[in-house]
Ligand binder design. Structure first.
Ligand SMILES: [Fe+2]
Ligand SMILES: [Fe+2]
Length: 465
């Protein structure tokens, strides 16, 4: 079969010779990367996966057994709306950009490369997880997330190859060359260089770090560069499942821990104690907050002014799309104290987006706490203060405790094992990670899901080993 007929797309790939030539070179490299860095040990197995073959409601979720290297990674943009205009910033109301505007070329390329880099990075981080899956249902979900992150890479590579010429092609190649956690050629953002080598980390990652993806993609889905907006709109449909995996994964873990707490000490009963879950929340929440960038940012102002990156639900929840006059009050450190400072709103848009994200995370916490309450327990999980354990922005050069009070670097060092997973915590969690691969069986540290995938029961053979 013609190579391009195997690639599901709605970008007229079979007619676009230039794009075909670019993909011809990139595609074998992508498949090599997938073999080298994709899920280790499962490449020849049949997995019950959903594949998007069109953007129609009945086309984007086709379920069947597939071997992952044969997955049909496709290129999809949400269909164009006629007469699209730039929805915010200095060029509000002008026709949307259909090609890259010269003066914003570097900014746009940087936005796309930064987003694109996260997609293969997460596949690399999760590479070993299949070997310790708690059930076939979870194993399948892991692989679903992995192949879709692969497709998200394709989505960004399409934009680079189609709209950025030579340097876009070079950037597309570089996306396959960097490696998560490799000090010589690391991934661009730090959360994507952190190990994600046990299932507690995986669920926290998909809950908190994929959720950052939701907010970045939502802001880019507003973009006046229409191909980017339409690409991100389609990616968001897939991203929702990744967050579901994380959110329900932690909820099932909390449920199991709560059951064990009523029988005794979860640690003696092979469960994950709540304090270890809390420390992992602290770790991944704080690293994910960094992904939004500095609190006060001239980039955010420039991207907004240019119409490249909007706010979350820009059209739906705001009336003033110019944002020329407003101010935002935020907390900064000055003279050794946390103080309020007014900044022009356009410079505070990273912080505004981060605020939306935090509110969304709080809903997850409420669901997990409901599980604890329903089990009759008074313990609760919480989000750390957003100043805690930050590596980017206003708070990165200071130390804060979990409630956001300024402390000395020495005190932070002394107390950090109260707040963040210690080596012993990580080793304990790892000791529980024994694979369970018999259909219908599940590991002792997690509760089974409320339902299976696409109407199939939990006992279904989601992966044929
Ligand atoms: Fe993604
Ligand atoms: Fe994702």
């Amino acid at each position: 079969m013609n190579l391009y007929e195997r690639i599901p797309n709605n970008v007229n790939l079979s007619e676009d010779k230039k794009l075909q030539r670019a993909l011809e070179k990139w595609l074998p490299n992508f498949l090599d990367w997938w073999q080298e860095m994709g899920p280790d040990g499962f490449q020849t197995k049949d997995v019950y996966l959903r594949t998007a073959i069109s953007v129609e409601p009945d086309g984007w979720a086709n379920f069947d057994y597939v071997k992952m290297p044969d997955y049909r990674w496709g290129i999809f943009l949400k269909p164009a709306a006629a007469g699209a205009t730039i929805g915010f910033g200095d060029n509000l109301g002008q026709p949307a950009y259909q090609e890259v505007p010269g003066e914003f070329r570097n900014s746009l390329r940087r936005i796309i490369v930064t987003q694109g880099d996260t997609e293969p990075a997460s596949v690399e981080q999760q590479r070993e997880l299949g070997k310790t899956c708690p059930s076939l249902y979870d194993l399948r979900n892991l692989f679903q997330v992995n192949v879709e992150e692969g497709r998200h890479l394709w989505a960004m590579v399409y934009l680079l190859q189609r709209y950025f010429g030579r340097d876009g092609r070079d950037e597309a190649d570089a996306l396959l060359e960097r490696r998560s956690g490799n000090p010589d050629k690391p991934r661009i953002l730090e959360a994507f260089n952190q190990p994600c080598d046990d299932w507690l980390n995986f669920f926290c990652f998909t809950m908190f770090t994929d959720r950052d993806g939701k907010y970045q993609l939502s802001a880019l889905a507003e973009s006046g560069f229409e191909p980017l907006a339409r690409t991100c709109q389609f990616m968001l449909t897939e991203e929702a499942h990744h967050m579901f995996v994380g959110d329900t994964g932690i909820n099932r873990l909390v449920k199991r821990t709560a059951q064990l707490m009523k029988e005794g000490d979860p640690r003696e009963l092979g469960g994950i104690p709540l304090d270890i879950i809390q420390k992992h929340i602290n770790f991944w929440f704080s690293y994910s907050l960094d992904l939004f960038g500095g609190e006060i940012s001239s980039n955010s102002a420039d991207f907004f002014a240019a119409g490249l990156k909007g706010r979350y639900k820009e059209q739906e929840q705001y009336e003033d799309h110019l944002v020329a006059e407003q101010n935002f009050t935020m907390k900064v450190v000055a003279d050794g104290q946390v103080k309020e400072r007014e900044v022009p709103m356009r410079n505070a848009l990273n912080e505004v987006l981060r605020g939306e994200y935090v509110r969304d995370c709080e809903k997850g916490l409420a669901r997990w706490n409901k599980t604890l309450a329903e089990a009759g327990l008074s313990e609760r999980l919480y989000l750390p203060n957003p100043r805690f354990h930050r590596h980017v922005g206003e708070y990165a050069t200071h130390a804060f405790d979990i409630q956001g009070y300024l402390i000395t670097a020495e005190e932070f060092e002394r107390r950090k094992s109260e707040w963040l997973p210690s080596i012993e915590d990580r080793e304990y969690v790892r000791s529980l990670m024994q694979p369970v691969t018999e259909p219908g069986k599940i590991a002792g540290w997690i509760a089974p899901p409320a339902s299976g995938v696409k109407g199939k029961p939990f006992e279904f053979e989601y992966v044929r080993l």
